[in-house]
Write a new protein. Structure first.
Length: 299
């Protein structure tokens, strides 16, 4: 896709997601229904992907996906940040980074649409059985498959970003300008997503693990299998992860995670030769000036 096509997808997706969330804000009953639904789905996802959450090499990325892609927290501020950021996005990021942001917006818009339809169909205190029944009524199989395709595409895009020169430095330099322009929520999402995928030893395997399990559950629901929301070892083909007995309650304090993070930092996009450091400083200074001036102009 070219730049105009990507920006068109980004703008349309952002408008769709914002409209959906704003409509829910005007209806307390719908807002509560969507919150309950998201909490139910997040609980189910944590159970399904417990192996990723328990493995110190994938825990941060799993938490990011579950909290940011499927979480129940308020995203209105991030919507506003992104809406204000779109006019300057092409002056800061390369095309593949913009495409990743557009894919995230596209997935968000579809997820909001599907969640709204399902929330409207469910009773206030729905059971798991009602959830399974209304899930099949409120959305089509094609829509759910598209949602999983977008999850996979977003993951692949995020994984590809870690190889872009100076992107880590750009995101670091953007912290203060983003705060000055009241766009901290969007910046935190971008930087956290980049850093969590940079730390993954096998980003593609991580995404396959998520999408293969979700496709298996979708198949279970549409074939009316017993206990469709629970997967058994033969239900999906996933990579082997840490045993379930390894529970990471605080990833920051786990020494293995700290060592892994150090290894990632030592192979980051800033190879510390004097010449490269000078080049990075010059690039960062230019980016800082550009971002600050643009952010001030649109405040």
């Amino acid at each position: 896709m070219n730049k105009d096509e990507i920006l068109n997808i980004l703008n349309k997706s952002l408008k769709s997601a914002m409209t959906s969330r704003q409509n829910a804000m005007t209806s307390p009953s719908l807002l509560l229904a969507k919150k309950r639904l998201k909490e139910f789905q997040l609980s189910r996802l944590r159970q399904t992907h417990q192996d990723l959450l328990n493995d110190y090499t994938t825990a941060k990325a799993a938490q990011f996906f579950l909290n940011e892609v499927y979480g129940s927290h308020d995203l209105n501020q991030r919507d506003k940040d992104l809406e204000r950021f779109v006019p300057m996005i092409t002056t800061i990021f390369p095309l593949n980074t913009i495409e990743t942001i557009a894919k995230a917006a596209q997935l968000d818009a579809l997820t909001e649409k599907l969640d709204t339809a399902l929330a409207l169909a469910l009773s206030p205190n729905f059971s798991e059985q009602e959830y399974k029944e209304k899930y099949l009524i409120a959305s089509s199989r094609q829509e759910r498959l598209l949602q999983l395709d977008l999850v996979q595409e977003l993951g692949v895009s995020l994984a590809s970003l870690v190889h872009i020169p100076f992107l880590a430095s750009t995101l670091k330099v953007m912290r203060l300008p983003a705060k000055m322009a009241n766009m901290s929520a969007l910046h935190e999402f971008l930087e956290t997503g980049f850093n969590t995928f940079k730390s993954l030893p096998d980003p593609e395997g991580f995404i396959r693990s998520i999408t293969s399990k979700e496709r298996a559950i979708l198949e279970n629901l549409h074939t009316n299998r017993d206990d469709p929301l629970t997967l058994h070892s033969s239900s999906s083909s996933t990579a082997t992860h840490a045993p379930s007995s390894i529970i990471i309650t605080d990833i920051k304090n786990d020494p293995r995670a700290a060592q892994l993070e150090n290894n990632r930092n030592n192979t980051s996009d800033t190879h510390n030769t004097p010449h490269t450091i000078r080049e990075n400083d010059e690039v960062n200074a230019t980016l800082a000036d550009k971002i600050t001036s643009i952010s001030r102009a649109i405040k």
